[in-house]
Design a protein around this ligand. Structure first.
Ligand code: SF4
Length: 383
């Protein structure tokens, strides 16, 4: 879509928080009911909202020109006032295991990373909630970027549309549905409002129809937001990144622990557990760093911690660290990963080992921004 001359274009914006990009409305951030307000506000019939919404989200079109069920004059009006296409793909890598990693760029030149992970039964898209990240987890490469900016709801939705179109083709159905995980760059709970707005749009039946039950949000432990998240009517699943069984070690690895310590985090987790639906569990993620947090003693301490807070409906995902040259950590020994898991299980804690995906293209956990970081920083510094 080309840059516009907005001088002659006037649209009433019904919602103060709707995104306006380069003087165009970012229409991917509109729910169907917001679109209805928008189109009726400019004298168009309400059913146009449904046509636009389906075009954007069900057919995954990114250009109004292709929405040929809309009258040409209306398409032109939309083209002048709005855009569905604000992210561009800068690079794309395909791993030998089928994982795809996308480096995108916002309209104002901030980097966005998104990963597609195919598995036999379902595909998963790992999206970013922020460009960069303000938190400084010591084992994570994204932390090196710092926070560049929050992503808007429309940018979060657009990441998913771009990836689905790349993998399946525009508008094509996904063969076995799609799961979403908010585990890319950034801390989702520090961009809470946009995250929830985006997930609401993506869950709409006449659009992507990715319901909350197919979504997992991962936080490092922004404690007040865990309570807020628990209280949501239709909420996705929750994963909490723990990665250490005591405050001394966790504060060293994850400085957020100095703000909300393990006791506060576990108390919030217990409250969250009470909000679980029938049969639902939640997850603690534990990045295993060789020689740092992966000893037998750490495993015992972790099991004791969960048992102390009587967290029963929880599982632990053990994530062997993905080595990157820029970080001073190394992966755990495979035998130690097995021992760690066995110790947890012997204490009644469910534990799983997450197989690393896309390591060769720096798409694995904690690796985002590992490759082409200079390029990303260059993009970021344009502002
Ligand atoms: S692990 Fe997550 S929260 Fe921590 S620095 Fe990396 S992106 Fe941010």
């Amino acid at each position: 879509m080309t840059a516009m001359n907005s001088a002659n274009v006037r649209l009433t914006v019904p919602y103060a928080k709707i995104e306006i990009m380069s003087e165009k409305l970012h229409i991917t951030a509109y729910s169907q009911s917001e679109l209805a307000d928008l189109v009726t506000g400019i004298g168009e019939p309400k059913y146009r909202a449904k046509q636009i919404f389906k075009g954007l989200h069900e057919r995954r079109l990114r250009d109004f020109e292709e929405m040929t069920d809309l009258p040409k004059a209306f398409r032109e009006k939309l083209e002048l006032a709005a855009t569905a296409s604000t992210l561009s793909v800068e690079s794309r890598y395909v791993s030998e295991d089928g994982t795809r990693r996308f480096l995108m760029k916002t309209h104002d030149n901030f980097p966005v990373e998104t990963v597609f992970i195919p598995t036999e039964n379902r595909d998963t898209i790992c999206f970013s909630s922020q460009s960069g990240c303000p938190l400084k987890c010591d084992f994570c490469l994204t932390a090196k970027l710092g926070l560049l900016r929050n992503l808007t709801a429309g940018e979060i939705v657009e990441q998913v549309i771009i990836v689905l179109n790349d993998v399946y083709g525009v508008g094509r159905e996904t063969p076995h549905g799609t799961n979403l995980v908010a585990m890319g760059a950034g801390e989702p709970f520090m961009n809470f409002e946009n995250l929830i707005k985006a997930l609401g749009i993506m869950s709409e039946e006449e659009g992507l129809f990715i319901v909350p039950n197919r979504v997992t949000v991962s936080t490092v432990g922004i404690v007040p937001k865990i309570y807020e998240f628990a209280a949501l009517d239709k909420r996705p699943h929750l994963a909490i990144s723990l990665s250490a069984p005591n405050d001394e070690l966790r504060s060293r690895l994850m400085p957020v622990n100095k703000r909300w310590n393990i006791d506060e985090l576990m108390t919030a987790a217990k409250a969250f557990e009470r909000s679980l639906r029938r049969g639902e569990r939640f997850t603690f993620e534990y990045v295993l760093l060789g020689g740092v947090n992966d000893s037998d003693a750490h495993a015992l301490e972790l099991a004791d911690l969960l048992n102390k807070y009587e967290l029963n409906r929880v599982k632990i995902n053990l994530i062997p660290h993905n080595a990157a040259e820029q970080l001073d950590y190394h992966p755990p020994e495979p035998e130690q990963v097995d021992r760690f898991k066995a110790i947890l299980e012997s204490r009644g804690v469910s534990a799983y080992v997450r197989r690393p995906r896309g390591r060769d293209i720096y798409a694995a956990c904690g690796q985002l921004a590992a490759k082409e970081t200079p390029n990303l920083m260059q993009l970021a510094s344009v502002n």
